[in-house]
Design a protein around this ligand. Structure first.
Ligand SMILES: Cc1ncc(COP(=O)(O)O)c(C=O)c1O
Length: 508
C-alpha cells in the first residue's frame, strides 16, 4: 500500500491565545516538521491561500512564514509550479557523519618574552594583529562600529540614575556567571528572536565576544588541537585561537558558508570550528541548511565543538533575522556567543555565551575561577533596557536607520567610486564590500591614499589566509550620517583620482 503523508495543515497547530505571532507559529512548526523528516525533501506545500483557509488564519501569516522558510533555505519556490521542501543535500550530511575524524623588536620585549610561558609568548605574537589603544570616535568608513551617534543616551542615563536612586544595584558579589535576571532576560530574548534553545542557567555573562571565544576554546580544546576557521575570518577570533596554542586551519567559505568537505580534506582531525553562520564575517554569506546539518553531523561524529559567533544577526533588512545554528543542535555541540557591542554600544563590554547543557558545570567552574566580568550596574541597566521594551524598540529603529545609511553609501559609492570599486547592496550587516575593479591595483595603495584623505579602509585580504584572487575594500556605514559619508566619498574620490593622475604623470 502506498505510504500516505500527513497533510501539511495537520502538522501545524495554531494557538491564537499565545503571544507568539501566527506567522511565527506556522514557520516554527513547518521548520520543525522539515528538520525531523516529517515533511520530506521535494514535498510540495499547499498554496498560501489554501493553507490559510485550512488553518483559519490570514493569508499574510502564511506568506510571511513561507518567505522566512525560503530565506533560510528550507523551502524553494519553483516558478509558478509551487513551493517545495528543499533538498537538504543528504550526501553532505552523511559525509559529515562518517568522517570522524618574531621576532621581538627590542631588547626589552626579548627579555619579557623569555620570562613568559609558551602560550603567553604566542599570545603576544597573535596580539600584534589586533588594534591597540582607544579607537576613539568612528572614522568613515571604519567597519564594526554601530550608530553610537543616535544611541538613546537619555533613556540609558535615566535607567542608570533610577537603579542607583532606588538602591537596586547589587553592591555585593554577584554570581560569577552573571546576574540571574540578566541571564533570564537574555535566554528569553535569544529563544524568541534567535531560535536559541536554552535555560537561563546555560547563559553566562562575559565582557564581549572576544572574551567568550577565548574562554570557550580554553575550556574545550587543548594546545596543539586543530580548529577550523573560516577563510576569510574575523581577526579577533583568529588571534584568540592562535594565542591559545591551537592550530588554526583556514577553510574556504563560499555562498553557503564554510565548506565542510574542504575542512575534512584540509584537517580531518580538527576538534573544533569557529563560524559566523548568520552572516559570514566579512563576506556576508548565510550558512545554508545543508551546511548547517553537515557541520552538526561532523561535530557529533568527530567529538568536536562548534563556536557560533552570532555577532550582528539582528541587522537583516530584506527578511527577518535567521535563527541560530544552536537551535538546530540536538547533540549539544554548539557553544553560542553573542554581544551587545553592535546592538547597544561596544564600550559597554557586555556579551553572552550559551553553553551546551553538558558543559554548564565546566563553564560554571571556569567562571568561579575567573568570572564576574561585567559590572553589577551595567548588568542591571541592560536587564531593564531589555525587559522594559527599549531594546526591541532600539533594534527596530536601528534596522531602519542602517538600511537608510546603507542606501546612502551605495548611492555615493556607485556615483563617485565606480571607477575603482564595484559596490553592491547587502541584505544584512553593517558594512558593504567594494570589489576592486582593476585586479592589478593593490588594496594597500587604495588604503594608503584613503588615509591621506582622512578615510579609514580595510581590505578583504586583511582577513584571509591566502591572498585572494580578487581583493576588495570593506566600507562600514552604520556609524555615519549620510552627510559624513558623502563628504568622505568625495575626499576618497579626489585621493584616488589624484593617484591616477600622478601615476600617469610619472609614466609620461
Ligand atoms: C565577527 C565579529 N564578532 C564579534 C565582534 C564583536 O566583538 P566584541 O563583542 O568583543 O566587541 C565583531 C566586531 O567587529 C565581529 O566583527
Amino acid at each position: 500500500m502506498p505510504k500516505t503523508r500527513p497533510p501539511v495543515h495537520s502538522l501545524v497547530l495554531i494557538d491564537a491565545s499565545q503571544a507568539v505571532p501566527l506567522w511565527r507559529q506556522i514557520y516554527e512548526q513547518i521548520r520543525a516538521a522539515i528538520s525531523s523528516g516529517r515533511l520530506a525533501a521535494g514535498v510540495r506545500l499547499p498554496a498560501s491561500r489554501a493553507l490559510a483557509s485550512d488553518l483559519v488564519v490570514s493569508r499574510n501569516s502564511v506568506t510571511a512564514a513561507y518567505a522566512q522558510l525560503r530565506a533560510e533555505g528550507y523551502l524553494v519556490q519553483r516558478g509558478r509550479v509551487g513551493t517545495f521542501v528543499a533538498t537538504l543535500a543528504p550526501d553532505r550530511v552523511e559525509m559529515g557523519a562518517r568522517a570522524p575524524r618574531a621576532r621581538s623588536k627590542t631588547a626589552h620585549t626579548v627579555a619579557t618574552r623569555r620570562q613568559l610561558s609558551r602560550v603567553a609568548a604566542m599570545a603576544m605574537t597573535a596580539a600584534e594583529r589586533r588594534p591597540r589603544g582607544d579607537r576613539g570616535l568612528p572614522v568613515p568608513f571604519r567597519i564594526g562600529d554601530p550608530a553610537i551617534d543616535v544611541f538613546p543616551v537619555r533613556v540609558w542615563s535615566r535607567l542608570v540614575a533610577r537603579s542607583w536612586r532606588n538602591g537596586r544595584v547589587p553592591l555585593g558579589y554577584l554570581d560569577p556567571a552573571g546576574s540571574r535576571t540578566l541571564r533570564e532576560a537574555i535566554a528569553e530574548y535569544l529563544s524568541g528572536s534567535r531560535g536559541v534553545r536554552c535555560e537561563w542557567q546555560q547563559v553566562f555573562i562575559v565582557s564581549g565576544t572576544q572574551q567568550a571565544v577565548d574562554l570557550a576554546i580554553r575550556l574545550v580544546l587543548s594546545p596543539g588541537d586543530a580548529v577550523w576557521i573560516e577563510d576569510p575570518c574575523y581577526s579577533g577570533a583568529r588571534s584568540a585561537i592562535d594565542a591559545s596554542g591551537l592550530t588554526a586551519v583556514s577553510v574556504p567559505v563560499d555562498g553557503e558558508g564554510i565548506s565542510v568537505d574542504d575542512g575534512l580534506r584540509l584537517e580531518p582531525k580538527a576538534r573544533g570550528v569557529y563560524v559566523t553562520p548568520s552572516h559570514q564575517f566579512p563576506l556576508g554569506a548565510v550558512m545554508s541548511v545543508s551546511r548547517r546539518m553537515a557541520l552538526l553531523g561532523w561535530a557529533a561524529s568527530a567529538d568536536a565543538w562548534i563556536i557560533e559567533d552570532d555577532y550582528d544577526s539582528e541587522f537583516r533588512y530584506a527578511s527577518r533575522p535567521l535563527p541560530s545554528l544552536q537551535g538546530l543542535d540536538e547533540q549539544g555541540r554548539v557553544i553560542y556567543v553573542g554581544t551587545f557591542s553592535k546592538t547597544l554600544f561596544p564600550g559597554l563590554r557586555v556579551g553572552y555565551l550559551v553553553s551546551p547543557p553538558g558543559l554548564v558545570d565546566a563553564f560554571q567552574a571556569a567562571f568561579a575561577l575567573g568570572g564576574r566580568y561585567a559590572s553589577a550596574d551595567a548588568q542591571l541597566v541592560v536587564t531593564e533596557f531589555i525587559t522594559e521594551g527599549h531594546f526591541e524598540r532600539h533594534l527596530r529603529r536601528m534596522r531602519a536607520l542602517y538600511a537608510a545609511r546603507q542606501a546612502a553609501l551605495l548611492t555615493y559609492a556607485q556615483g563617485q567610486l565606480s571607477e575603482w570599486l564595484d559596490v553592491s547592496p547587502s541584505a544584512a550587516g553593517l558594512h558593504l564590500i567594494g570589489w576592486i575593479r582593476d585586479r592589478g591595483s593593490s588594496a594597500a595603495k587604495i588604503i594608503e591614499r584613503a588615509a591621506e584623505a582622512g578615510v579609514e579602509l580595510r581590505a578583504l585580504s586583511h582577513y584571509t589566509q591566502r591572498m585572494p584572487k580578487h581583493d576588495a575594500i570593506l566600507l562600514g556605514y552604520a556609524a555615519f550620517t549620510p552627510a559624513v559619508m558623502e563628504a568622505a566619498t568625495r575626499r576618497l574620490r579626489g585621493a584616488l583620482a589624484g593617484r591616477r593622475a600622478s601615476g600617469a604623470r610619472a609614466r609620461a
